[in-house]
Design a protein around this ligand. Structure first.
Ligand SMILES: Cc1cc2nc3c(=O)[nH]c(=O)nc-3n(C[C@H](O)[C@H](O)[C@H](O)COP(=O)(O)OP(=O)(O)OC[C@H]3O[C@@H](n4cnc5c(N)ncnc54)[C@H](O)[C@@H]3O)c2cc1C
Length: 217
């Protein structure tokens, strides 16, 4: 049995299986009445913040050829960004002909303060890095920043114990499954594989054999 909330209505739905795919700190609230230990374990998984700046320039404003997927900054380089993805090189449809679009990621676990700056500071920082590294000149045609304050779950030393508490919760409530980037890998391919595996477990529990899944990246 679970709560369902849609179109402003909350109702109780009877079901034999529930897959909880929310971030750990949200899942913690959802399972709090079932298992306080698992809820605490989930709630205490730390998330690092990440800020994203999208910049668009006329192609002629950027000296660098932008051939490739982008640039990553190792921590010892002490740059103000984690990476700059050349979105329009990866996906030409991301920008009109004659324009380029980049995605700059900042912050993370080691330098969270960079992700928590105000949006103007995030954009100014991305522009400065484009000028210094990519030979960008002038004002970008488009500049947009987003802050994700709880972006990346951290697999700290005690993570295994936390996940063991989640596994115990699942064992004591057959048909309940918890998944998400805090468990089994953060990147999209891992999240995808784990989601398919979880769906297969749930299908098997329900006596079904087939789960439709598109090929993974
Ligand atoms: C800025 C950034 C860039 C990234 N870049 C890459 C990359 O280039 N390559 C890569 O492989 N990975 C990347 N990642 C990591 C990857 O995208 C994530 O780890 C992954 O998408 C997380 O998937 P998820 O299903 O766990 O969470 P999400 O996709 O966040 O899904 C959680 C869901 O829960 C819902 N939800 C939240 N709160 C509630 C609530 N209270 N009630 C109901 N629903 C709720 C949300 O709406 C959302 O649909 C990036 C992550 C970030 C933050």
């Amino acid at each position: 049995m679970c709560w369902s909330s849609a179109a402003g209505r909350t109702e109780i739905v009877e079901t034999r299986a529930v897959l909880v795919a929310t971030p750990a700190y949200v899942s913690a609230e959802l399972v709090a009445d079932l298992d306080a230990t698992a809820a605490t374990a989930l709630k205490t998984i730390a998330y690092a913040p990440v800020a994203v700046a999208n910049l668009a320039y006329n192609r002629a404003q950027v000296a660098h050829p932008l051939e490739g997927f982008g640039v990553l900054a190792p921590s010892q380089a002490q740059r103000n960004f984690l990476g700059i993805l050349w979105a329009s090189s990866l996906f030409p449809s991301a920008a009109p002909k004659g324009k380029v679009l980049t995605i700059t990621l900042m912050g993370g676990a080691l330098r969270p303060e960079l992700a928590l700056r105000d949006e103007q500071a995030i954009i100014a920082s991305a522009i400065a890095d484009h000028e210094a590294l990519l030979g960008a000149r002038g004002t970008p045609e488009l500049a947009h920043a987003t802050r994700w304050e709880r972006a990346i779950p951290q697999y700290t030393f005690d993570h295994e114990q936390r996940i063991a508490a989640v596994e115990k919760l699942e064992r004591s409530h057959p048909g309940l499954y918890l998944l998400g980037s805090y468990r089994g890998g953060v990147g999209v391919p891992k999240c995808w594989l784990n989601a398919v595996a979880t769906a297969e477990s749930a299908a098997s529990y329900l006596g079904q054999t087939q789960v439709r899944s598109e090929p993974v990246l």
